[in-house]
Design a binder for this molecule. Structure first.
Ligand code: CAA
Length: 384
């Protein structure tokens, strides 16, 4: 960890994201949580702000910002609406990043440019009905035929599934080779044989769209639609997810910060025993615990993002950040409800949404159990 100083650019990103979240996202977030309607117009505006391809080079239509800027923007957006945050996160840190790192110039021009500018939305398709945490067990297969690849199979829990038009799809191209026989393909949403399932009715992040996808003889070309080398798809997915985990950690942090601010505000307004409950030590201790957890998560995220910006190995740092931030997001959201008492348990007071939204951060982009595996393996490697 080198520095905790934010640059002028970081502060400008924070102000821009905070203002946008308050002025544009907040007014409709309660309604969208109820209706589960996708925030099309908000995502379009985020694209215009340059937030859908924050770390992509301007050469390919992105904002050319660092990972620290990205975490700042994610926190501010997710403080207000974590559903909007996950759409942004998957597009930025999974799809755009993968295309910029591994794509050819032709692929960057055709696929990355519209994603980075927010004209199109991307999705990352690794999980399957039988391959979640054990991601090497891909049942989706791709077979080579006359210079093309034909993909068959199914994916599920795909964020942005119903709205995306560019999909990174992991498929088995050589069963004998386990993870070394997995390849990453770019599939376009209007291709023959590609179908989307219905939007899942989720507990939280309800207005983001999650669905299953099916591929029936979807034919893609070798030169345009294979991302990176054949047989290197699993490694690409793992590398991409390291960065993705910083994004989801920032989402969790934003949720925790939002719940905390709601609890502080309420504790100053609500009176009991003839004084604001903020004067009661029982409440003060809760706020203190919440505050220290949030600050520790923020530092872990900043460390991981700073390391990413310096092109250092972030496997452990990203897993630390995601494991801890997601855990404290659930804890802080629960305590925020407790501070609100009965009012915390009803929808009208909004704090219960933080808990519903927080839970997913312990599940997607590698469950907390997977983060423990990742951290333990790195620790054991270091201490040989
Ligand atoms: N970074 C870079 N490379 C990694 C890696 C990491 N974090 N983890 C594994 N690898 C590499 C290994 O180095 C190895 O490469 P080589 O064979 O070339 O040396 C290869 O991947 C296989 O590694 P393992 O043998 O260790 O693999 P494993 O079967 O034991 O599984 C795992 C490891 C950590 C459990 C992995 O399967 C995993 O991360 N699972 C979770 C998957 C996941 O995060 N899914 C999220 C879905 S996407 C999503 O949620 C997006 C969304 O919509 C919000």
């Amino acid at each position: 960890m080198t520095t905790l100083q934010f640059t002028e650019t970081h502060e400008m990103i924070r102000r821009t994201a905070r203002d946008f979240a308050q002025d544009v996202i907040a007014p409709s977030s309660v309604e969208r949580d109820l209706t589960a309607e996708f925030p099309h117009d908000i995502i379009r505006q985020l694209g215009e702000l340059g937030f859908m391809g924050m770390m992509v080079s301007p050469e390919w239509g992105g904002s050319g910002l660092d990972a620290v800027s990205y975490t700042i923007a994610m926190e501010e957006i997710c403080k207000v609406d974590a559903s909007v945050g996950v759409v942004m996160s998957v597009n930025n840190s999974l799809v755009c990043w993968a295309l910029e790192q591994y794509g050819t110039d032709e692929q960057k021009e055709r696929f990355l440019r519209p994603l980075a500018s927010g004209q199109k939305i991307g999705a990352f398709c690794l999980s399957e009905p039988g391959a979640g945490s054990d991601a090497t067990q891909q049942a989706t297969i791709a077979v080579q035929q006359n210079g093309s690849w034909v993909i068959n199979g199914a994916k599920n829990w795909i964020t942005n599934g119903t709205t995306a038009s560019i999909f990174l799809v992991l498929a088995q191209t050589d069963r004998e080779k386990r993870h070394k026989g997995i390849t990453c393909f770019i599939v376009e949403g209007d291709m023959d044989g590609f179908e989307r399932g219905k939007k899942e009715d989720k507990m939280g992040i309800r207005s983001s769209d999650t669905c299953s996808l099916s591929f029936t003889n979807v034919k893609v070309s070798h030169s345009t639609h294979v991302l990176g080398e054949v047989g290197r798809g699993f490694n690409i997915a793992m590398e991409v997810l390291n960065g993705g985990r910083i994004g989801i950690a920032s989402q969790a942090l934003g949720i925790a910060q939002g719940a905390f601010e709601a609890a502080v505000k309420y504790s100053k307004e609500r009176k009991a025993f003839n004084r604001p409950i903020a004067d009661l030590q029982a409440i003060q201790f809760k706020l203190a615990e919440m505050s220290v957890k949030i600050e520790a998560a923020r530092l872990l995220i900043l460390k991981a993002a700073t390391m990413k910006d310096k092109h250092e190995n972030i496997i452990k740092a990203a897993a630390h950040a995601k494991l801890f931030a997601s855990k404290i997001a659930v804890e802080v959201a629960l305590e925020a409800i407790q501070v609100h008492g009965g009012y915390g348990y009803v929808r009208e007071y909004l704090v219960e949404r933080f808990l519903r939204d927080a839970k997913i951060t312990e599940i997607y982009e590698g469950t907390s159990e997977v983060q423990h595996i990742v951290i333990a393996r790195e620790v054991l490697k270091e201490t040989v």
